[in-house]
Design a protein around this ligand. Structure first.
Ligand code: AMP
Length: 181
């Protein structure tokens, strides 16, 4: 990606120190989404490597992964499937538990959302420790999905999540990275 575009995308992300708790810098993409040029460029960059290839479904992680995943799916002419916090999806689901910093949470997907061997791209706004994306990867693979890639706008490489995903054999792509937490 060209350096100016990268600087522009980074500048469009708002950083909020000590949110939601002391020591965390929250990387807020609402400013990027609200900037027409930045939003388009970000989606174009996420889609670029897959243009012309076969992608059956884009799976977005609640909630910011829905906004980006919807746009990516539209541009790739793929279907979109939501991965949601437990209890939100109305039909039969498959569920997986994953650890958060304190305690555990569960995410789920409709059992009929993805067919055997469908080619799927996983999308979220940010990868930190990788707990969320690793659980989503397991869930998708459990359903028979072939994960083409996992895409994020932001990587926090110091937290090691992208590496965890790579260790699972997933092609990880991100547009910008920030040091630290
Ligand atoms: P993790 O499971 O640790 O990789 O965390 C990833 C999930 O938490 C993503 O859905 C992010 O939206 C959110 N998240 C984690 N850390 C941050 C941060 N510093 N700024 C914004 N969102 C974050």
């Amino acid at each position: 990606m060209d350096q100016r575009l990268l600087t522009d995308l980074k500048a469009a992300i708002r950083s909020i120190p000590d949110y939601p708790k002391p020591g965390i810098v929250f990387r807020d993409i609402t400013t990027l989404l609200g900037d027409a040029r930045a939003f388009r460029r970000a989606v174009d960059e996420l889609v670029h490597p897959f243009a012309g290839g076969r992608v059956d479904k884009v799976a977005g992680i609640e909630a910011r992964g829905f906004i980006l995943g919807g746009a990516v799916a539209h541009q790739l002419s793929s279907g979109f499937v939501p991965i949601r916090k437990k209890g939100k999806l109305p039909h039969e689901t498959v569920r997986i538990a994953y650890s958060l910093e304190y305690g555990v949470d569960e995410m789920e997907i409709h059992t009929d959302a993805i067919g055997q061997d469908e080619r799927v791209i996983l999308v979220d706004d940010l990868i930190a420790t990788g707990g969320t994306a690793v659980a989503a990867t397991r869930l998708l693979r459990q359903m028979g999905a072939k994960i083409v890639a996992a895409c994020f706008i932001i990587d926090l490489p110091d937290l090691g999540g992208a590496q965890k995903l790579r260790d699972l054999g997933v092609d990880v792509r991100s547009l910008v990275s920030f040091e630290g937490h």
